[in-house]
Each structure stands twice: as structure tokens, then as C-alpha cells.
Design a protein around this ligand. Structure first.
Ligand SMILES: [Zn+2]
Length: 228
């Protein structure tokens, strides 16, 4: 049941991100370092840790990548700052939260399946989930703030966050034969979020320290990957 605890912690990062946006000055601080670090962690986790475990189901990684691409373009769930969401006022509502919710189900299932295959793999996947849920929860709160009160936003983020442990619990229903497909699918979504959302966000302006943040995230996972 360790994966359920990991999924709860990773899901809580969504709420923490939202709370930081609502109740601290963090939203005004440049978040490019966080986005860069998160991108480094996500892409490295997918390529160096998850995909080597699932050689036979690389097609599922492609499916995860394009699934998230289509879904995101329909719901605008990318992790971006206020000034970088020109369409935000047209997309405020419950639809982006539903996108976050769906992403969390995939995250939770990835944590559970990873943990079952190897405990350190589960921890690494949970770390990758937590690092991208933080900026995702944060940007979601910033977007929703235009229309909803803080308490309402936190309830929405709490409900979305609950879908991470729920996704983990779903692993009880998943036959073992498709575990590798699930892990590959989650890896595909990680690559999409890292390369398509977080890296462009991090490099909005050129800054060498952002590159160092990306490398730091990548090196952390490389170090963890040695034990998987
Ligand atoms: Zn996620």
C-alpha cells in the first residue's frame, strides 16, 4: 500500500501549488526555475527510468503523448503563468479542472504500477508527478482566480488531487498483463508535459540558470535511476 501513500503525497502537490498561488507572493516570483527543474525531472524519468522497463510497449508511450496533446488542446491545462495564458479568460471554468483530473488518474496509475514493478521506480515516478503537479496546481489556481473565490478553487483542486490516489487504487482492477502499457502511457504523458508545456514555459526568456535547473532535474533522476 506504499504506492497509495506516494500517490497521496504526489496529489497533495496539486493543492500545495494552488495554495501557493492564492495565499503567497510566489505567483509573482519567476517560476521558470521550477518549470525547468520539473521538465528535467519529467523527461529524464520517462526516458531513463520508465521506458527502459517497458521495451515491448513503446507504442503506449506514443499513445500517451498524443492523447494528452489532443486533450490539452481541448481543455488548456498547461502549466503557465498568468501573463502567458492569453486565452485564459475564455477558458475559465470546470473544463480545465477535468483535464487536470484526468491527468491525475494517469499519474496515480503510473505510480501504482511503477511501485509494483519496483519500489524505487514507484518513488521516482511519484517524484516526477509531484514536481509537475506543483506548477500545474499553481497555474490552475491563477487561471481560476479570474472567476472563482479562493475557497472554491481549493475545493476544486482538492477534488482533482484525490484522483491521483484514486488512479493508484484503479491498479487493483488492472490486469498485470497491461502494467507495462500503463507505465509507458504515463511516460508518454510525462514527455509531453515536460517538452511541450514546461520547457517552452521555462525558456520564455533566455536565462542560463534555467538551463541549469533543467540539468539539475535530469541529474537528480539519473542519480536515482542508478538504483532502479
Ligand atoms: Zn500530472
Amino acid at each position: 500500500m506504499i504506492f497509495l501513500i506516494l500517490a497521496l503525497i504526489a496529489g497533495a502537490a496539486t493543492i500545495l501549488g494552488g495554495a501557493l498561488a492564492l495565499y503567497t507572493g510566489l505567483k509573482n516570483v519567476d517560476l521558470r526555475y521550477l518549470a525547468g527543474f520539473s521538465a528535467g525531472v519529467l523527461i529524464s524519468t520517462a526516458l531513463l527510468v520508465m521506458l527502459p522497463e517497458v521495451k515491448g510497449s513503446l507504442w503506449a508511450a506514443g499513445l500517451g503523448f498524443f492523447f494528452l496533446y489532443f486533450f490539452e488542446k481541448l481543455t488548456i491545462i498547461h502549466a503557465c503563468q498568468e501573463r502567458e495564458c492569453p486565452y485564459k479568460f475564455h477558458h475559465v471554468g470546470w473544463l480545465p479542472v477535468s483535464g487536470l483530473t484526468l491527468d491525475n488518474v494517469v499519474d496515480g496509475a503510473g505510480i501504482a504500477v511503477g511501485s509494483i514493478l519496483s519500489p524505487i521506480l514507484g518513488v521516482t515516478v511519484a517524484l516526477a508527478v509531484a514536481t509537475h503537479e506543483l506548477p500545474q496546481g499553481l497555474s490552475m489556481a491563477v487561471i481560476m482566480k479570474a472567476k472563482y473565490r479562493g475557497s472554491k478553487i481549493l475545493i476544486a483542486l482538492f477534488l482533482a488531487a484525490m484522483f491521483t490516489p484514486l488512479g493508484a487504487l484503479l491498479s487493483f482492477l488492472i490486469p498485470e498483463a497491461v502494467f507495462e502499457h500503463i507505465l509507458a502511457f504515463a511516460a508518454g504523458t510525462f514527455i509531453y508535459i515536460g517538452a511541450s508545456d514546461l520547457l517552452p514555459e521555462a525558456h520564455e526568456k533566455f536565462n542560463l540558470k534555467v538551463i541549469l535547473s533543467v540539468l539539475l532535474g535530469g541529474l537528480l533522476i539519473t542519480a536515482l535511476g542508478i538504483w532502479t
